[in-house]
Design a protein around this ligand. Sequence first.
Ligand code: NAP
Length: 462
Amino acid sequence: MTQTWVQIAYLASAVLFIVGLKNLSSPRTAPRGNGIAAIGMLVAVVATLVSAGVLDWEWMLAGVIVGSGLGTLAARRVKMTAMPEMVALLNGFGGAASALVAAAVLEDHVAKGVPPVDVVAIATVLGTLIGAVTFTGSLVAFAKLAERMPTAPITYPGQQVVNALIALGITVLCVILAVDPLQLDLYWGLMAAALVLGVLVVIPIGGADMPVVIALLNSYSGLAACATGFVLGNSGLVISGSLVGASGIILSKIMCDAMNRSLANVLFGAFGSAPAASAASSGPQGTVKGYTPEDAAVIFSNASSCIVVPGYGMAVAQAQHAVRDLGDLLEAKGIRVRFAIHPVAGRMPGHMNVLLAEANVPYDRLVEMDEINPEFPATDVALVIGANDVVNPSARSEEGSPIYGMPILDVDRAQHVFVIKRSMNPGFAGVQNPLFFNDNTMMIFGDAKSVVLQLVEAIKAY
Ligand code: NAP
């Protein structure tokens, strides 16, 4: 009877996870989605606690206290901008937990001298492999994002061959262990090789591509949990692991599409190893028009509509509060203000949404790329703040450019374009931007925060 209720509870938690995920698809409903999914997790945890006596209550309680204590502390202390690092660590610990559970179950079988049934043997091997790769891969991703190790791709001759040989050795070990699982020496050899592989596959990826890698490792941690669900015969873990696995891979795909890069290019392309300046100097050249905030204030004061396009530079300058003040000021002057959000502006999914939400910019002012693009031709001023690649028109026309085919925000089609950045340096893709040389583009050079603050003062004074 209890087991039936446990299964029903797992089903209910799966439904709550799915509804939670659906709500996560918009910043407006995301907090609610988080809450619903958290309730789903609570239901699953309680169901597991009351199910067949596989658990030791004291250990569980200790785990809950230590885990939630550390989790609460970390979540309260982490800065919004350091969220990808935290997600990387959480993925890594998820992977490690799956691998350790698989190891413990196998040790148990070895102690009893009874081999697990085939499906459990295969799941043990897969849970160990994926979990261990996820653990060390996530630690490297964390270290690169936090700049605790060189962020540039680490490459050496024959690197792919070395990785392929290790992967081949791992495959052989997996097959042997799936057929004859009670060989502990080989099992720990598999664990060690998988830990090494996790490091080796992530070091050749550049720091700026880490958000895609983290989304992928998130997917792996879900697959590892799913495998552990089979090891333990726990359907709740199988379902939640599959959901994490699927959503992580969908997010990786969305990010790659928005950058017009394949997942293979992100994983094996060592993007970012060439110096950016060389690519930039071969791009379009010409004269740019430098404007002061006071010059710009004249045009703003005569405008009736403005689209603000934030990018990575706004995050670097932490200019989001100043940008919100500018938006409020323009609105107070009767100018219609909207914020155009490119899916890969910044360096992590939702980067601009997070920063603007932190500065209390109302959600209804944030407009996605496809919706805002047709509006640019009828807009008086497009204000680009620290964005570069996501507004680079050569993505439309220049075959051979690293960003060719990447969907962009059509700011060049607005009546006037102001670009705030510190220099003519390129952005993440390392290519020069012809937008800066257009007749209707005016550059305001300087740090995004200080320029926006000056602009606010100049508009007030005009
Ligand atoms: P971007 O192309 O990297 O350009 C950012 C610009 O900001 C730079 O040209 C830089 O120029 C300027 N900048 C830096 N610090 C500044 C400061 N303090 N004040 C003013 N300007 C500053 O950024 P983006 O247009 O947001 O495009 C994002 C790029 O990252 C895309 O290529 C995307 O594919 C890639 N990417 C995104 C994600 C994601 O999940 N969002 C993940 C991986 C990769 P100066 O140095 O001249 O100031």
